[in-house]
Design a protein around this ligand. Structure first.
Ligand SMILES: C[S@@+](CC[C@H](N)C(=O)[O-])C[C@H]1O[C@@H](n2cnc3c(N)ncnc32)[C@H](O)[C@@H]1O
Length: 274
């Protein structure tokens, strides 16, 4: 069995590990998920969801059928899909995200089945669905072969994956360089993921490139700087230096939030039918 593409994916991701000396210096985990910030992003994108190619492609393949959303987060796609009449099942490994998803689904009046646990370990508890979907998850997954294989096997009609063309931490690379003299990797990319799909499933996925509003948004400068000090492992004595580095790149959104970086971010939707 050919495994070169999935092994390459794993080693590219391993190269993204933050050196332990930087973590030890501040004593925090920079990878922590923030349901609240994801929830703001979900709401910000809700108004643009009509234009989401991912949603359109899922609906086209599902033909009104069921959808399994793997790594559903706070339900950015799962909630609107349930609202459009699809039977939706979600898988989410982070209990805090899963709790936020349950609360948001209830608020939206969206009915769905939630499985809390890590894919593909919990794949046997989810059933078979017309479409299996994973949005903004694959860069979290070192064991990508088993992840993709289980998505393929649990789908009746097809699989849809949404991702950024490059690792989502790529926009922070220049700050890591400036603050810590640390070079960040340039792979894996969406093409590396495409090669994994070809290797695991034997199909070359279709791709559509598009743009979406920039992700994480903050109520004020204090909140934004606290978040990125953690992400960038900035010790308290270097807070002013870090603020001076980030401030020129901070922008106000039309709806009153602060974001770091450009107004739009590149997104790719990949899919294959069975
Ligand atoms: C970047 S968020 C994206 C959330 C949502 N899909 C979206 O597009 O807004 C990634 C989510 O995937 C979850 N996740 C990562 N790996 C997972 C796995 N192997 N099984 C289940 N959930 C996973 C994380 O806990 C996180 O909530």
């Amino acid at each position: 069995m050919e495994t070169a593409a999935r092994e390459a994916w794993r080693s590219f991701l391993e190269a993204w590990a933050i050196p332990q000396r930087l973590i030890d210096a501040v004593g925090v985990d920079p990878h922590v998920w923030h349901p609240e910030f994801w929830e703001r992003m979900r709401r910000a994108e809700a108004s643009r969801l009509q234009e989401s190619p991912t949603l359109a492609i899922v609906e086209d393949i599902a033909g009104g059928g069921s959808v399994l959303d793997v790594g559903a987060g706070t339900g950015r796609l799962a909630i609107p899909l349930a609202g459009r009449g699809h039977r939706v099942t979600t898988v989410e490994r982070d209990p805090d995200m899963a709790r936020s998803l349950a609360a948001e689904a209830e608020r939206a009046g969206a009915v769905m089945t939630q499985v809390v646990g890590a894919w593909p370990l919990v794949a046997g508890n989810t059933g078979i669905h017309d479409v299996v979907l994973a949005t903004q998850v694959v860069y979290d997954v070192a064991g990508i072969g088993g992840f993709v294989e289980a998505m393929h096997h649990r789908s009746r009609r097809g699989v849809v994956v949404e991702m950024t063309p490059r690792h989502p931490w790529t926009p922070l690379s220049r700050y890591f360089r400036a603050l810590h003299g640390l070079e960040r990797p340039s792979r894996p990319t969406v093409d590396d993921f495409g090669r994994v799909v070809e290797e695991v499933v034997g199909i070359s996925p279709q791709q559509r490139h598009w743009t979406a509003p920039t992700g994480l948004r903050f109520a004020d400068m204090q909140e934004l700087l606290a978040f990125y000090r953690r992400r960038l492992l900035v010790p308290p004595v270097r807070s002013i230096e870090a603020a001076a580095l980030l401030e020129p790149d901070v922008r106000h959104t039309d709806d009153g939030w602060l974001v770091l970086g450009p107004e739009e971010r590149d997104v790719v939707t990949l899919w294959w039918r069975k």
